[in-house]
Write a protein that binds this ligand. Structure first.
Ligand SMILES: [Zn+2]
Ligand SMILES: [Zn+2]
Length: 352
């Protein structure tokens, strides 16, 4: 489409909003599906009846269920390296580097952190019900929602000499220190597990990531909280999706409006040009011995803009006769080049 141009900034805004709204709606749909699946998942008490239910289920498998139990190690548990009393089945140890970075735009120091070391240890574990019924938990690291307890946290402050401080000011980077965090899923923690439940031929119950693609959860929070968190997350993805789609629509509207204005201006110019030529032809016909604008070669009467064509139009309302019609049409604004008054109308000029 001629004249329908999108500049780099508009194209970038449009691209970002399309990508962002697409991603947001995808994540919203995914989040909403998760909430619906959670609503439809049957909740079972971890006791002897669980085995009986699975024995009577085709394939001894329940696709998506909610169970609850206390964490117990299947073998030797993990020990905390810092807290003698902490015994668990999952352990993460992380070292984060904290530093201040100079931001030239906001002209302030901004806190920045990055993980410089991460270590995860896990041992097989079970969820145990009140009557000691055990459910083996498979692939716990694939599960979402697992907020483990902090069993150790320590910040090692960086020490600086005067020379270091000077170098830091010049480089725009001030190390603050390192934070060590150890987190554990402790033995005895009450946990809800949401996933696929199976009973194998040896009579062992296993909770595992669902084979139908549903989200696998292990959480220390209760079911209602977990469901609520997922619902809120889906809601915010929806808000972001709608906002970015509206931003994209606003950019498109803006481009469309500009295109419409360009079309309107071109149409007005064409109409004006037709009217100008019609009037010129009529005037030439009515007045005999009229010298047409094109044959006038008096240099004093040349267009002040191109200094080539004769002046052949009158700008109204100011009445200045200073340019040729071609230059008038090329004016960036409809303002008289002599007095800067708005041009309301233009009339042909002929000399007798
Ligand atoms: Zn001119
Ligand atoms: Zn003027």
């Amino acid at each position: 489409m001629e004249g329908f141009s999108v500049n780099v900034l508009e194209a970038t805004c449009l691209g970002v909003s399309i990508a962002l709204s697409g991603l947001s709606f995808y994540l919203y749909k995914k989040g909403r599906t998760t909430v619906d699946k959670l609503d439809n998942a049957p909740q079972f008490i971890t006791d002897k009846s669980l085995k009986a239910i699975l024995k009577h289920t085709p394939g001894a498998r329940l696709e998506y269920v909610v169970i609850e139990g206390a964490v117990e190690p299947a073998g030797r548990p993990l020990m905390s390296q810092y807290n003698r009393d902490a015994v668990g089945v999952l352990r993460t140890f992380m070292v984060k580097d904290h530093r201040l970075l100079w931001n030239g735009i906001s002209r302030s120091w901004i806190d920045d952190e990055r993980i410089v070391h991460k270590n995860i240890d896990a041992v097989p574990f079970l969820l145990v019900g009140l009557d000691k019924t055990e459910v083996r938990v498979k692939s716990p690291l694939q599960a979402s929602g697992l907020n483990m307890e902090i069993t150790h946290e320590r910040f090692h402050q960086a020490s600086h000499s005067l020379f270091d401080i000077m170098v830091q000011y010049l480089s725009g980077e001030k190390p603050r220190g390192q934070l060590e965090i150890e987190k554990m899923l402790r033995v005895g923690t009450n946990l809800i597990g949401i996933g696929e439940l199976t009973l194998d031929t040896d009579g062992i119950l296993t909770l595992q990531p669902p084979s139908n693609g549903s989200q696998y959860f292990l959480s220390t929070a209760d079911f209602k909280t977990l469901r609520g968190e997922n619902e809120i997350l889906a809601f915010w993805w929806k808000v972001l999706g709608i906002t970015s789609a509206l931003a994209g629509a606003a950019v498109l509207f803006w481009v469309g409006l500009r295109y419409y204005r360009q079309l309107k201006l071109r149409w007005e110019q064409e109409q004006e040009s037709r009217e100008f030529n019609r009037q010129l032809a009529e005037d030439l016909r009515l007045h005999t011995n009229v010298t047409g604008p094109d044959d006038h070669q008096d240099t004093a009467n040349l267009c002040v803009i191109c200094l080539n064509q004769p002046r052949n139009c009158v700008l109204l309302d100011c009445g200045h006769m200073c340019c040729c019609y071609t230059c008038y049409q090329a004016l960036p604004q409809r303002k008289c080049p002599i007095c800067r008054q708005n041009i309301v109308r233009v009339l042909p000029l002929y000399q007798v």
